[in-house]
Design a protein around this ligand. Sequence first.
Ligand SMILES: [Zn+2]
Ligand SMILES: [Zn+2]
Length: 285
Amino acid sequence: MSGPVNFPRLQLAGHGLARTLRDEASRAAGALLGLFLPGACRVCEQPLADASRLPVCSTCLESFQKISPPICTVCGRPLGPWVTAGQDPPRCHLCRKDTYAFSLARSYAIYDQAMSRAVILLKYEAVTPLGEWFGARLEELVRSSPEMLAADVVVPVPLHPARRRERGYNQAELIARPLSRRLKLPLRDALLVRTRPRPDKLKLSRKERWTTVRGAYAPSPGARIDNLRIMLVDDVFTSGATLDACSRALRKAGAKHVFAVTIARTAEAWTEFNLGGDTGLVKSR
Ligand SMILES: [Zn+2]
Ligand SMILES: [Zn+2]
């Protein structure tokens, strides 16, 4: 092709180049400014008061609803204050039926709107300083439970290898690593593997949550699990199905106890009632 035909294309390319350079320059300036000026909180979008590696403001961090007693003494589910009278030790409807294969589960806070945004930062953006902050909260949680303090190793709930490759990291490990360091326990991130991937469907029904994870985890070949007390770490306790499936695989391989800790827990839509000595459950919303 001759010059005149190519000329408009060159001009176009020239414009494109100018735009790219402009974009690059503004990105570089933004990055430079970011070094000196704190950005916005990634949860509430208000300007951050100080420059910190943590992209979440102190108001948001303080707004997380910490889970406190009365809770189910097995799975840590928050219970209504009126239920537990006469029930010693308090256990939820599922733990009264020995549903879970873990010995104990505890979570730091309720999975509300602010917490779900924080979890997204961990899950899709690998915000490591937030993982460190949650690791410190989980350390406090573990230190308040003498049974959990007896753990030998810390194990993050694994992702399927294909998912891990695609994401480049495992969000549970971002919390498990600082927790293990704080508790001075070894992190065994290859002890357990997910052998069956999660279905692509974004939302799973309550029943699907249980059926898709049953048998989806297995110990790594050659892993020595016998008699170990394992602290299993995940981001959110929803139905408990994932933690239960992992615990089942670990117990089957000889683990003595599995203690599960998560940063968040979905609030139950069930409210227990106790009327004239009769206890039961009503759906509260
Ligand atoms: Zn905020
Ligand atoms: Zn329970």
